[in-house]
Structures are given as C-alpha cells and as structure tokens.
Ligand binder design. Structure first.
Ligand code: 5RP
Length: 221
C-alpha cells in the first residue's frame, strides 16, 4: 500500500469522530471518501442516512444497508465530509477531480459544518496547480473554453467523461488563483457553466490532514 493511501486511511479514521448517531451525514466523493465509507461498519451505531454527492458514493453506502436520502426530504445537514484536490490555509479548495463537483457543492451547501479529509500533498499556498474542473452544459463547452482562455487558462474537455448530471467537464490549467472567492463567482457567471470546482465562498470549516508519519492534524478556519 502506498504512503498516500495510508494517509487517506488515517484521515478517514479520524473523520469517524465527526459522525453522530441519529444524524444524516453529507458525503462527498473520491478515493479518500471511499476509505471513509469502508470504515462505516466499524462504527458502534448504524448511520441513520446519507445525503450523497454521487452515484459512486450512493452505491457503496447502499451496499452497506445505509439509506441514501433525497435532499428534498431534508432542510439541513449537520456535517458534510469530503476530500479535495487542493486546499489552502484559508480552507478554500479545488474539487472535482472525480467530476462530482456540482452535487458536492449542493450537498455541502446544506451542511452546518464541512470537514475536509486529505493527505498533506493537497495543502498548497496558492490554488491552481491542479487543473480547475468546470461542469458545463455540453453545447456551451467550446464557448466556456474560449472564455477561460481569455482569463489566462488552458482549457480542455475531459475526454470520455460525462457527469452524473449528463454534462461535460472542462479542466483548466495554468490559473494562479490568488482571489478564489472572486474567481469562483466570475466563472459561475459564464453562460453554460453549471458550476466550477472552486469551493471558496463555502470552503471547509475543518481540515483533517495526514502527514508522512500518519499523524492527523486538525486545522480550523
Ligand atoms: C471529486 C472530488 C474529490 O473530493 C477530489 O477529487 C479528491 O479526491 P481523492 O480523495 O480521490 O483524492 O472533488 O469530485
């Protein structure tokens, strides 16, 4: 097993303390979240229900006999737990490497508390080394690419990938993101953009970060 995989397992283990009985848990998507789901059976109680951000996470949760709840049936969630592709010291993130950014943002918007789980390679000074994913309505993809190139990025459609919402992902390289809140809002203004992978206006509240010795640090906003 790689060190990074062990780090993901360490933060997943640490995240279990944020899951309470009788609460609906908001759940993200990705390999770190996969580690968390794999640990659900070790909890001393059964999770009441999960608000899921992807078909991928829903399938895994349902296989454990945990109900996946519809957002229309709830008004808020206490805790949302998810990974990140990059996170800065203000706990703003780039997400969407797995293409689930829109549903992740929707579920996170319902949460009182966002707990990010990550290995320390994800912590950066400035966001933007990881290509920024943007979910777009298919017929707008080339328009969005041109707009992002005017903003200084190099953009391309993610090949062979369709989101759970039947849209495309445009990945944008080369953006040095010094004002993530402003950039998140500007990109969302481009016609045809569903949402972009900057989670800055609503960043994480807590970051559980595993180092090379598998020690987990807790950073707060
Ligand atoms: C999926 C995401 C993931 O949270 C992000 O890509 C991190 O994934 P991983 O835990 O596999 O590193 O945003 O859309």
């Amino acid at each position: 097993m790689t060190l990074q995989q062990k780090q993901k397992e360490a933060v997943a283990q640490a995240a279990l303390t944020y899951i309470q009985p009788n609460q609906i848990l908001g759940l993200g998507t990705g390999s770190t979240v996969d580690c968390l789901i794999a640990l659900f059976p070790t909890l001393p109680f059964k999770i009441k229900g999960v608000a899921s951000s992807s078909e991928r996470s829903s399938k895994q949760v349902e296989a454990l006999g945990i109900p996946v709840v519809n957002l229309e049936d709830i008004t808020s969630i206490d805790t949302y737990i998810d990974g990140a592709d990059e996170i800065n010291h203000h706990l703003a993130m780039i997400k969407g490497g797995g293409g689930a950014l829109t549903r992740e943002k929707i579920v996170a918007a319902h949460a009182k508390q966002f707990v990010c789980i990550a290995d320390e390679s994800k912590l950066v000074e400035t966001l933007g080394k990881f290509p920024l994913p943007i979910e777009v309505i298919p017929m707008a993809a080339h328009y969005v690419i041109r707009k992002m190139e005017q903003m200084g990025g190099k953009a391309q459609i993610r090949e062979g990938f369709i989101t759970d919402n039947h849209n495309l992902i445009v990945d944008v390289e080369g953006l040095k993101i010094t004002s993530p809140i402003q950039l998140e809002a500007s990109i969302n203004q481009i016609t045809g953009v569903v949402t972009n992978g900057l989670f800055a206006a609503r960043g994480a509240d807590i970051l559980l970060l595993a180092d090379q010795n598998l020690q987990v640090r807790t950073l707060r906003k």
